[in-house]
Design a protein around this ligand. Structure first.
Ligand SMILES: CC(C)(COP(=O)(O)OP(=O)(O)OC[C@H]1O[C@@H](n2cnc3c(N)ncnc32)[C@H](O)[C@@H]1OP(=O)(O)O)[C@@H](O)C(=O)NCCC(=O)NCCS
Length: 328
């Protein structure tokens, strides 16, 4: 039996400098620090400034991940950027950063799976590494959601935020590496989180702009209910496939969508708060970027040792959900 695996050999992250607190939002929409904190766990978030693009943050995060992995740009054979907020519709953001990073040997493409995008991209990268097709793949989760928010819609503008996280996935040997992963979709719930205009169904026009159809819209309550069930289920599945139980998990690194969702999933799995990594209070919901940002923080803080079991899981627009287990 093959013992080849895909390990995470380096991590990186980058967020905008500008901090926007709940108090700042109180001045823009009818909300309160108390409402946002108790309903979501968010206290502040990073929001990009004028002229900053998602690629700006991808590039910084990717450089740090490559440095940490000890991999040169020319050794990267594939770049996957998971994002719903690319620099522009064409070309893929991955192509823009391939040039900026000098990764001229890499095939580069974006993929879109909402907030589950990073786990989806990690799963795809794993296939190319384990099959021997690629020695090193750069996987980035990055969003500039602030550019697609209606800053008059309190249901969304208090939640979503900006940032990027990156990992290098490299060929390795079991028992280290991605032990198992799973991806799911239910397009029946596609209307829960949408950005209606700008695609072929509703090309941009003065009317779509006037109606605010280029902004993210969300059925928060329906999404919430689905999130807890789907994340808990996929976590148990990937653990079981790896021959593990929640007791074996050193760190649970969930998508940072809502503190209450994270808490409810932790309860269902029996994973106590000390083993559950949360940074939503500082970064808000950065969609596909949230897990790699959390991963980079935890790794750079020296909280992950060789052999530790990391459980990652996310859900998001689509609806999509996904999970993976990694032995560090
Ligand atoms: C969005 C979310 C925080 C809202 O919390 P909730 O408890 O479901 O709140 P509801 O949507 O039921 O709204 C409750 C009330 O708060 C109000 N409200 C909504 N946003 C508000 C805000 N920012 N400030 C103050 N009040 C707000 C609503 O208008 C509603 O008022 P009403 O009862 O007078 O109609 C929650 O549903 C959530 O986190 N859902 C998951 C969303 C998510 O994770 N999306 C990302 C997927 S990756």
């Amino acid at each position: 039996m093959s013992t080849s695996s895909a390990i995470i050999s380096g991590t990186g992250m980058s967020v905008p400098d500008r901090v926007v607190t709940n108090k700042d939002l109180e001045k823009i929409v009818d909300t309160s620090d108390e409402w946002i904190t108790t309903r979501t766990g968010i206290r502040e978030r990073r929001i990009a400034g004028e002229g900053e693009k998602v690629s700006t943050f991808c590039i910084k995060a990717a450089r740090d991940a490559m440095d940490a992995a000890g991999v040169t740009p020319l050794e990267i054979q594939m770049i996957i950027v998971a994002t719903v907020t690319p620099d522009q519709p064409i070309p893929a953001t991955a192509c823009i950063i391939q040039k900026a990073l000098g990764c001229t040997n890499a095939a580069a493409f974006d993929m879109q799976a909402g907030c589950s995008g990073f786990i989806y991209a990690q799963s795809v990268a794993k296939q190319f590494v384990v099959s021997g097709r690629c020695k090193h793949v750069l996987v980035i989760g990055a969003e500039l959601l602030s550019k697609f928010l209606n800053w008059e819609d309190r249901a969304t503008c208090v939640i979503f935020a900006d940032g990027a996280g990156a990992v290098v996935m490299s060929e390795g040997e079991l028992p280290r590496g991605v032990l198992s992963s799973a991806m799911y979709t239910d397009g029946g719930m596609a209307d829960f989180i949408t950005l209606p205009a700008g695609g072929s169904a509703m090309p941009p026009s003065a009317e779509t702009v006037e109606k605010g159809l280029h902004f993210i819209q969300m059925k928060g309550n329906e999404t919430f209910k689905m999130a807890v069930r789907s994340i808990a289920g996929v976590c148990l599945e990937v653990l079981e496939n790896a021959g593990l139980t929640p007791d074996d998990v050193t760190w649970f690194i969930p998508h940072q969508a809502n503190q209450r969702i994270i808490g409810a999933v932790g309860n269902r799995l029996g994973i106590t708060d000390e083993r559950c990594y949360v940074n939503i209070d500082r970064f808000g919901n950065t969609s596909a970027a949230s897990i790699p940002i959390a991963l980079d923080e935890i790794v750079r803080a020296g909280k992950v040792k060789e052999g530790d079991i990391l459980l990652m899981a996310a859900f998001g627009a689509g609806l999509t959900w996904a999970g993976s287990v990694v032995r560090w």
